[in-house]
Every structure is written in C-alpha cells, then in structure tokens.
Design a protein around this ligand. Structure first.
Ligand code: HEC
Length: 90
C-alpha cells in the first residue's frame, strides 16, 4: 500500500539503538518490522511527537484495517517511541 509521500519519509530510515537498554533494542526490532508495512519506517522515525501523541498515533495505526497490530504489541511500540523521544536528538 503506497499512498502519499510525507517529508518524514525522506529522512533517516533507522535508529542507532546500540546504546539503548536491551529491552529497548528488542522493542526497536518489533517497531521496525511492524511500522514499515504500509509506509516507510522513516515516517515514524522522523516524526517528533510527545508521549501522549505517540500513544494516540500508534492506536490510530492499530485501528487501520489489516494493521496486524494488537494492543499488546502497540503498547510495547509506544514504550519504545516514548523512550526514544526522550533521548534521541533530532
Ligand atoms: C495498516 C497500515 C499501517 C500500519 C501498519 C502503520 N501505519 Fe502509520 N500510517 C498509515 C497511513 C495510511 C498513514 C497516513 C495518515 C493516516 O491515515 O493516519 C500513516 C501515517 C503515519 C504517521 C504520520 C502521521 C502524521 O500525521 O504526521 C506516523 C508518524 C505513523 N503513521 C506511524 C506509524 C507507526 C509508529 C506504526 C507502527 C505502530 C505505523 N505507523 C503503522 C498506515 C499504517
């Protein structure tokens, strides 16, 4: 499914998680595989949202038809995105 191209799609398409805690490195892999199915992974990576906005957006993605996202997986991805948001400089 290819729709509109966002400016964020054209940015860096990975996060260097080598200094992140083990648990977050695991969650990154889930995020990278689950959130690149309908658009680039760069889109979420280059979107700078606060914690409550990430929660809102990930649930919005979860509710799209065929997202393949469960509440449990979404919550893990949300925890990763909030952690990443706090420490990564964009
Ligand atoms: C089922 C397909 C699908 C999946 C899976 C998906 N997305 Fe999306 N995403 C979209 C579509 C379609 C849009 C375009 C805007 C909209 O419809 O909300 C979008 C837009 C976005 C945007 C841009 C929002 C904005 O307005 O700037 C972000 C950020 C995003 N997705 C993050 C994610 C994350 C994080 C995940 C993994 C949890 C994910 N997406 C998984 C379909 C998907």
């Amino acid at each position: 499914m290819v729709s509109q191209i966002y400016p964020a799609d054209l940015g860096l398409a990975y996060i260097d998680v080598s200094s992140y805690p083990q648990e977050m490195q695991r969650s990154y892999k889930i995020f990278a595989s689950r959130c690149s199915r309908c658009h680039t992974l760069a889109r979420p990576i280059n979107s700078d949202f606060s914690a409550d906005k990430w929660q809102k957006y990930v649930y919005r993605m979860m509710n799209k038809s065929g997202s393949g996202l469960t509440k449990e997986i979404s919550d893990e991805i949300i925890r990763f995105l909030i952690y990443d948001h706090q420490i990564r400089k964009k």
